[in-house]
Design a protein around this ligand. Sequence first.
Ligand SMILES: C[S@@+](CC[C@H](N)C(=O)[O-])C[C@H]1O[C@@H](n2cnc3c(N)ncnc32)[C@H](O)[C@@H]1O
Length: 199
Amino acid sequence: MALGYDAVYAEWLRSPTLHGIWQATAAGEEEPPGFENLNFLTRGELDRIVAELDLRSGEPVMELACGAGGLSVWLAQRPGIAVVGMDLSRVGVRVAARRAVAQSVRDAVFVVGAAGAAPVADASMAGVMSVDSLQYVPNKLAALRDVTRVLAPSRRMVFTAFELEPARVVGLPVLGVDPVADYAPEGCHKSVTRRVCTR
Ligand SMILES: C[S@@+](CC[C@H](N)C(=O)[O-])C[C@H]1O[C@@H](n2cnc3c(N)ncnc32)[C@H](O)[C@@H]1O
């Protein structure tokens, strides 16, 4: 997994082809240059994640599986929000740290780490977000237990994950097989390719 995403993030920096394909098929026109998140969410959905975290000024938040740091840097640009981004990919973390410097963002730090063993102190985070990544994590129970360890009392984790159709991804690198077939909470209905949640 780490090697696969290392390769993705290394290419991401230098491949106009990869950028072009991603922009045309997934990111859409609403993504500004330099944002470079690797997920399938709209800007409205990203805004909703931030709103659901209900952060107050000066509070730290962790992005679990931050990839190349597009979301963490975007979030840390908001006044008073400090972000710790963590990802399995060393290249992703390096790119993320460079992105923060390039965008003059001071309140974002990036660390290499695996879900389930975040190098973050107990009860130190006012929120945890994770976008389109938990589907890859082999031990989800351990990952979620670790999230409860790092979260301050009564604070929230907000996450999205995508579901893979095993028949369509067989043999593809990186994707693997996710034992969770359905991430939707009760109260969600399925539109053609997305689950739309009402709560
Ligand atoms: C689809 S990318 C999403 C990255 C980022 N959240 C974004 O929206 O741009 C999935 C990320 O999950 C990371 N990842 C996969 N398994 C992981 C694990 N067990 N622990 C930490 N990160 C993991 C990958 O390295 C990759 O960066």
